[in-house]
Design a binder for this molecule. Structure first.
Ligand SMILES: CC(=O)SCCNC(=O)CCNC(=O)[C@H](O)C(C)(C)COP(=O)(O)OP(=O)(O)OC[C@H]1O[C@@H](n2cnc3c(N)ncnc32)[C@H](O)[C@@H]1OP(=O)(O)O
Ligand SMILES: O=CC(=O)O
Ligand SMILES: [Mg+2]
Length: 533
């Protein structure tokens, strides 16, 4: 037992290999050093929210202008395995998907403890075991249901692993340090560092991370300090870690350059996390009336002026500082059973990746192994043999604060079908999440924590602002409750024997909590997490 550390989660098979006294010692050191600062930064988010709800706005920070105008600094050179990132596959860390993702032909695998993951204790610990086993090449297994066997290809053919820990808002309630639940971010980061950093270095790569849902450069500084402490404790040189930051909140879009600067010795660039970005826009301006109400989710595309402003600025900022700019997730999922669905998905993804590669992104994300070839082909078209296009400076891009906040120019409506879709998708997703899976295909689209946040937040915002549907009816609690019952009945009929009554009952309760309550829940996953043992 490590002093002051209490493991509250059950100890499954081989958990002791992950929760060693030395690993717990690193977690305790990280939590003790940074736990209070994390809470302060979360309070700062709240204060900014209060200012926005009271009519304030967002702008580039005057106090950091010097960082933006100083042309002399650049981020670290790309680390081994991260020079060429033209295709990145994302996904959860269960055993089968770990092998499939590593074998997929993508350059990078984002091993996800965030949007695509339900933070069940078992998922968190077994995910770490799977990552470690993959590095030791002891992960081969046979699926007991299908009988299919899985094995890793040769190391040279495997994707580079980049781990995405949970965001700063999440806690790991199964691990108490001095009586308090520790930060989920530091838990995921610390365990991966402890078990996998040296293994990665032995393979000529390194401990690499994707950092989610940040709202300010001060949060990036916290990560940078955590990197330095972990590297010092583990006696790994500072600067070994590399981290790509997801720009996926609207406040962070105003601090891209400062975020790169804070992490410059550890930076591996920025990624345009479009789904959480949309969620953040809705969340931050949720109380601000009609001018801030976006069209229904499926109507908002990456060509909406405010989305273009954000992605164009991201490429410009990254390349100015020598950093990679990585594109986001097109949600269309291919099908091995339905050729028409497959064709549509491939066309949509091709169009999305074509826009990104033309804009100057150095690579992009896919959600499924069958999308790797199309993404690779599109980026091959602009990159050829070059590993990236960081030399495309995009000095033509001029983006103002008003461009980033230009929500009014977004084409699209709010219809009853849009409201029904938000309710239906949120219910199905919540039932899946509560069952332990954080990503699922619904109506041929990938759904994860970020997309579900958009659906439930739109419902809350439309009620709060008394939005009128295109058909004429005003969105009220009563209307949402009526449609909820209707959509639930449809799901029950469609699923038949597979309908899981208790799970859906729980999903309904959670949905009501996060859409009908006066008070807005900052994150869907916070009240959802309370429902786990
Ligand atoms: C907003 C954001 O943050 S985006 C990033 C976070 N979201 C994600 O990462 C989602 C990643 N994608 C997924 O989880 C999955 O693709 C899903 C849940 C959407 C669909 O999965 P499935 O229903 O299993 O798809 P499907 O049946 O077509 O899968 C075919 C095979 O590909 C595998 N596969 C599918 N997606 C992935 C993936 N992302 N990584 C690894 N393997 C995958 C499946 O395991 C399956 O393998 P098998 O043939 O050996 O059994
Ligand atoms: O994490 C990615 C996103 O789009 O959200
Ligand atoms: Mg996200």
């Amino acid at each position: 037992m490590t002093d002051g550390v209490e493991v509250r989660g059950p100890l499954g098979e081989r958990y002791d290999e992950i929760l060693t006294p030395e690993a717990l010692g690193l977690l305790a050191a990280l939590q003790r050093e940074f736990g209070a600062r994390r809470k302060e930064l979360l309070r700062a988010r709240q204060e900014r929210q209060e200012r926005l709800s009271a009519g304030g706005t967002l702008d580039f920070l005057p106090e950091t202008a010097e960082i933006r105008t100083d042309d002399s600094w650049r981020v670290a050179d790309p680390a081994p395995g991260l020079e060429d990132r033209r295709v990145e596959i994302t996904g959860p860390t269960d055993r089968k998907m770990t092998i499939n993702a590593l074998n997929s032909g993508a350059k990078v695998w984002l091993a996800d403890f965030e949007d695509a993951n339900t933070p069940l204790w078992a998922n968190m610990i077994e995910g770490q075991l799977n990552l470690r086993d993959a590095l030791d090449r002891t992960i081969d297994f046979t699926d007991p249901r299908s009988g299919k066997s899985y094995a890793l290809k040769d190391d040279a053919q495997l994707a580079t692993i980049v781990v995405r820990p949970r965001g700063w808002h999440m806690e790991e309630k199964h691990l108490l340090v001095d009586g308090e639940p520790m930060s989920g971010s530091l838990f995921d980061f610390g365990l991966y560092m402890f078990h996998s950093a040296r293994r990665q270095l032995a393979k000529g790569k390194g401990p690499y991370f994707y950092l989610p849902k940040m709202e300010s450069h001060r949060e990036a500084r916290l990560w940078n300090d955590a990197f330095n402490l972990a590297q010092d404790i583990l006696e790994i040189p500072r600067g070994t870690i590399r981290a790509t930051v997801l720009i996926e909140t609207i406040p962070a879009a105003f601090e891209m350059e400062e975020i790169l600067y804070e992490l410059r010795d550890h930076s591996a660039g920025l990624n345009a996390g479009r789904w959480d970005y949309l969620f953040s826009v809705i969340k931050k301006f949720r109380d601000r009336g009609a001018d801030y109400v976006l069209p229904e989710r499926n109507a908002i595309t990456m060509t909406a002026p405010f989305m273009r402003a954000y992605t164009e600025l991201l490429v410009r900022t990254c390349h100015k500082r020598g950093a990679h700019a990585i594109g986001g997730m097109a949600a269309f999922i291919p099908s091995r059973k339905d050729p028409e669905v497959n064709k549509v998905a491939l066309e949509k993804v091709r169009a999305d990746k074509t826009r990104e590669s033309t804009d100057g992104f150095d690579g992009s994300w896919v959600a499924h192994p069958d999308l790797v070839p199309v993404c690779r082909e599109v980026f091959d078209g602009v990159l050829g043999d070059k590993p990236n296009q960081r030399d495309r400076l995009r000095e033509d891009v001029k983006v103002s604060a008003a461009d980033l906040l230009n929500f009014k120019a977004t084409p699209g409506d709010i219809t009853e079908a849009g409201l029904r879709n938000n309710i239906d998708v949120a219910l199905r997703y919540l039932a899946t999440w509560l069952d332990g899976a954080g990503a699922v295909a619904i109506h041929n689209l990938m759904e994860d924590a970020a997309t579900a946040e958009i659906s439930r937040s739109q419902v809350w915002q439309w009620i709060r602002n008394g939005v009128k549907l295109k058909e004429g009816e005003t969105v009220t609690r009563e209307l949402v409750e009526r449609i909820l019952e209707e959509e639930l009945a449809n799901i029950r009929t469609e699923l038949g024997d597979a309908y899981n009554e208790p799970r859906y009952n729980e999903a309904v309760a959670l949905f009501k909590q996060v859409t009908l309550a006066d008070e807005y829940s900052e994150f869907l996953t916070t009240p959802a997490y309370v429902r786990f043992p």
